[in-house]
Design a protein around this ligand. Structure first.
Ligand code: ADP
Ligand code: ASP
Ligand code: MG
Length: 426
């Protein structure tokens, strides 16, 4: 008997009808002879609504209480899903992250899983149950407080459980038919990818393709768990994410593409530290202050210093949600570092082109910049890795820029338009 872990995102369980539809799919997997563990997200936009609500009672809610609030969303869906399965005549039990043995560190709102001890899940399965687990949450090892794994964290819960239970596959069910060459909400001509390597998927995910969370892909790569991303609204094969370049899908063998896709991200802001004295240690002081406030940064650019003043500007990007914290931390270092002022800009977007083929194909960078220039899009920052090029542009330009790059690299599909089955894109 095989063991499968299935994860259903918020848009798949947005209302009672959705929960009943998903319950039928789960029962089918069980009837096919599998032991089934299901990880479920909060219904529809519940998490966003809870965040809005918290903001109305406190501008900066305490991390512990914020996590306690947000985990309520997944509790609602797990219990309803278990009820719907029982109504179909099958046994199901729901578990919170803590009950399922998801142990984390104690960094509230973005905790990392450090261990998974799924004893209760195993027992529930051995007794013939379908186990339903609340995604996106755990319990901290030291303080035993409830934690959350960061937005989109149910993907990570699913892969972590799949690894701990030695599952054959982790199926991620969502509102599109798989991983596409760009976000189908932006590019109607985006193409579904049949197979993508962990490496490329990791770059797409960390560049903003929220169809999979980057921590989940990291985890899957570490434990070599194949992920199958597919729609809960259709019966189509989705996208396999795995190590093997020739992952076997029936008789079909899939080749690695040169360019995997275009990702975009509008969740970041840019901070510019203006007038930093150009001497050793200044960048270290600035980024130490940021790191000590637990803020993750992304791109960094330092300008050449003006010879006359000996001053330089340093810009970096970070999640908008961390903007306030970063500005507060930098303000405190103003006298010590001796910079002139800070500028905060949250009207930016990041556009990235990803593909392992970049390593060996010259001209990709030039083609990327030409496509942006032809679309009249101005580039503000640039960063690269071996298999990715990213630029920062004005937020207003993002959709046009993504479509232009997608077309320029021959990624447009010549068959059907990509289908988006549900969700609000929030
Ligand atoms: P879920 O609620 O199932 O977790 P998410 O909203 O987190 O779903 O992720 C699915 C969404 O990811 C899609 O609706 C799509 O808009 C977006 N997306 C962004 N980039 C891509 C991509 N390259 N391929 C597929 N979907 C993408
Ligand atoms: N409900 C959480 C969120 O909206 C976790 C998830 O859906 O993965 O971010
Ligand atoms: Mg998601």
């Amino acid at each position: 008997m095989g063991l499968v872990v299935q994860k259903y995102g918020g848009s798949s369980v947005a209302d009672a009808e959705g929960i009943k539809r998903v319950a039928k799919r789960i029962v089918d997997a069980k009837k096919n002879g599998n032991q089934v563990v299901v990880v479920v997200s909060a219904m529809g936009d519940t998490t966003d609504e809870l965040i809005d609500l918290a903001g109305q009672v406190s501008p900066i809610p305490a991390g512990r209480e914020f996590d306690m609030l947000l985990t309520a969303g997944e509790r609602i869906s797990m219990a309803l899903l278990a009820m719907a399965i029982k109504n179909l005549g099958h046994e199901a039990q729901s578990f919170t992250g803590s009950q399922a043995g998801v142990i984390t560190d104690s960094v509230h709102n973005k905790a990392r899983i450090i261990d998974v001890t799924p004893g209760r899940i195993r027992t529930a399965l051995d007794e013939g149950n379908i186990a339903i687990v609340a995604g996106f949450q755990g319990v901290s090892q030291d303080k035993k407080d409830i934690t959350t794994l960061g937005r989109g964290g149910s993907d990570t819960t699913a892969v972590a459980l799949a690894a701990a239970l030695d599952a054959e596959v982790c199926e991620i069910y969502t509102d599109v038919d798989g991983v596409f060459t760009a976000d189908p909400r932006v590019v109607k001509k985006a193409r579904k990818i049949d197979w993508i390597s962990f490496e490329d998927m990791l770059e797409l995910a960390s560049s903003g393709s929220k169809v999979l969370l980057h921590r989940c892909v990291e985890y899957a790569r570490r434990y070599n768990i194949p992920i199958h991303v597919r729609s809960s609204f259709s019966g189509l094969q989705g996208t396999w994410v795995s190590n093997e370049p020739h992952f076997d899908q029936g008789d079909q063998k899939v080749e690695q593409a040169i360019i995997s896709g275009v990702a975009h991200d509008t969740s970041e802001a840019k901070i510019t530290v203006v007038g930093v004295p150009d001497k050793p240690g200044e960048a270290a002081n600035i980024f130490r202050a940021i790191a000590d406030s637990q803020v993750n940064i992304d791109m960094i650019v330092q300008n050449v210093s003006a010879a006359a003043t000996g001053l330089t500007d340093i810009s970096f990007t970070l999640p908008k949600t961390e903007g306030r914290k970063a500005i507060d931390a930098l303000e405190k270092t103003k006298t010590a570092v001796g910079f002139e002022s800070l500028r905060y800009d949250d009207q930016i977007a990041k556009i990235s082109l990803v593909g392992a083929g970049m390593k060996t194909n010259p001209g990709v960078t030039a083609g990327f910049f030409e496509a942006l220039s032809d679309a009249g899009v101005n580039i503000e920052l640039i960063s690269t890795s071996e298999i990715r090029i990213s630029v920062v542009t004005r937020a207003d330009d993002v959709n046009e820029a993504v479509r232009a790059v997608h077309t320029a690299f021959g990624l447009d599909s010549d068959s059907d338009e990509a289908v988006v089955y549900g969700g609000t894109g929030r």
